[in-house]
Structures are given as structure tokens and as C-alpha cells.
Design a protein around this ligand. Sequence first.
Ligand SMILES: NC(=O)c1ccc[n+]([C@@H]2O[C@H](COP(=O)([O-])OP(=O)(O)OC[C@H]3O[C@@H](n4cnc5c(N)ncnc54)[C@H](OP(=O)(O)O)[C@@H]3O)[C@@H](O)[C@H]2O)c1
Length: 253
Amino acid sequence: MSMNIDASKKDKVALVTGATSGIGRSTALLLASEGATVVVAARREEKGRQVVEEIRALGGEAAFLKMDVANEESVRDGIRWIVGRYGKLDLAVNNAGISKRPAPLIETDTKDLQDALQTNVVGLFASMKHEAAAMLKTGGGAIVNVSSINGLRPTDRSSAYSASKFAVEALTKVAAKEMAGHNIRINAIAPGPTKSEITEGLGEELLAGFAQLIPAKRMAESEEIAKAIAYLLSDDAAFAVGSTWVMDGGLIL
Ligand SMILES: NC(=O)c1ccc[n+]([C@@H]2O[C@H](COP(=O)([O-])OP(=O)(O)OC[C@H]3O[C@@H](n4cnc5c(N)ncnc54)[C@H](OP(=O)(O)O)[C@@H]3O)[C@@H](O)[C@H]2O)c1
């Protein structure tokens, strides 16, 4: 990866939650390559420090922040730490999320729904709330929430995950409407099947099946999703407010 300074990211401080792997890691690397100082947030410290080292080796600026989005205190303290260290927060990507193996409703544990809601919804809610509060103090910013095509149309065998992602869509649109007048732009990206740790866990057979259902006949690379996130965070997307960018190779058409 070569350094590619996008004027709208230079001197910006960016938080990426769930940046230890998959879409979050690719986004952290890309934003750093565009000149942002990137806070790599997640629970796994060793993996997080590896991402920070990768960014630094490429000439970028980054720091690891141990954060569990399912715990609001951890989110609040983490964002306080960012503002204390850098004086501001300009950009945030609420990407941290979990997904269990697809299962029919009657075989889904209620605990799976509670876990999905705690991380994907309560965690994203707490993240957006504390990020927006920090951004308000320094004049604005931009936030991208990582939703899913499962948050846009009903997907069978996905009740817990879909419920959480439909909620992400609602939270994104309400917050975007509230914050647009305060110079804080909030949008979402809805990826289709994308290569990452979440999908690796599903096994090759299931993944090959997914790929066949996609008009583009392949899954997305996490770097492709990262590029769309970076665009939504940039000043070029200044009029995008409360939108969801579907990036799924045509799957939901
Ligand atoms: N891959 C796909 O096909 C696909 C499609 C649509 C949407 N998405 C969404 O994309 C996002 C990223 O997923 P991915 O596919 O890149 O999967 P991934 O490789 O498993 O990444 C998930 C990330 O979330 C972090 N995370 C999970 N729980 C967390 C918590 N409580 N606090 C902080 N970080 C947490 C993980 O880090 P730690 O374990 O280190 O905390 C990891 O970095 C998710 O929101 C997912 O729902 C993925």
C-alpha cells in the first residue's frame, strides 16, 4: 500500500471499532494511507497492536485502543481517551459486530439474539452517542455505521443478526437527521457477503453457495468495502446524509 494523501483526511483523527480484522482492519489501513491518524479499537490487544504496526510500517499514524463496544463505560472512556490524546475526533467507523452461524428461528437461542443486540445495536448506539458528543465540541465530523444487506431485506435463518442490522438502519437514519444541522454527517454501508473472520467461520461449502447467489459471482474483498466507507467519510460525500450504500455485487436486486 502506497501513501495516498486525500486532502479531506489529512490532520483528521479517525476511530475504527472492530479494527483487528476484516472490514475494520482494511478500513483502518486505508484511512491511514489517506493521511488520517487512526485509532484501532477492539478487544484483542495483540491483533490490534499488529494492525498499528502495519500502519506505522507504511508511514501512517495509529494507536491501539482496547475497547469493548458491548460495555458503554469502555466506549465512553475510550472516546475520552482519544479526545484527551488528540484534542478531537473527526471521523468514526462503527464496524464492530458479531454474527453467529445461520440457523432457523426455532433453533436460535434467545441468548444469540441478546448477544447480537448488545454488540451490534447497543454497542453501536453507545459508540455513535459518545462520538457525536465529542464531535459537537469541535465543530463536526462524519460517522459511518457498518450495517448489512441483512438489515435491508428479510433473510431466512438470520433472525438475531437481521434484527440487529435492521436496528442499525433505524439508528443511522434517526441520528443522521438529528445531527445533520450540527455538521455531523452519519451514513451506513450495507455489505453483502464479504471475506473476513466472520465468513471464514462459516466454512467453504456455505461460502461457495453464497457466491453462486451473487450476480457478480463472488464475495467482496474487505478492501472494497473499506473504499466505500472512506468515500462516505470524505468531504466528497458532503451531501450524503442518512443514506445506506449497498455494496453486495447485486445480491439484493
Ligand atoms: N463479512 C460479511 O460478510 C459482512 C457482511 C455484512 C456486514 N458485515 C458487518 O461488518 C462488520 C465487520 O465484520 P467482518 O466481516 O469484518 O468480521 P470480523 O473479521 O469478524 O470483524 C469483526 C470485528 O469486530 C470486533 N468486535 C466484535 N465484538 C466486539 C466488541 N464487543 N467490542 C469491540 N470490537 C468487537 C472484532 O474484534 P475483537 O474480537 O478484537 O474485539 C473484529 O475486529 C460487522 O458489523 C458485520 O456485521 C459483514
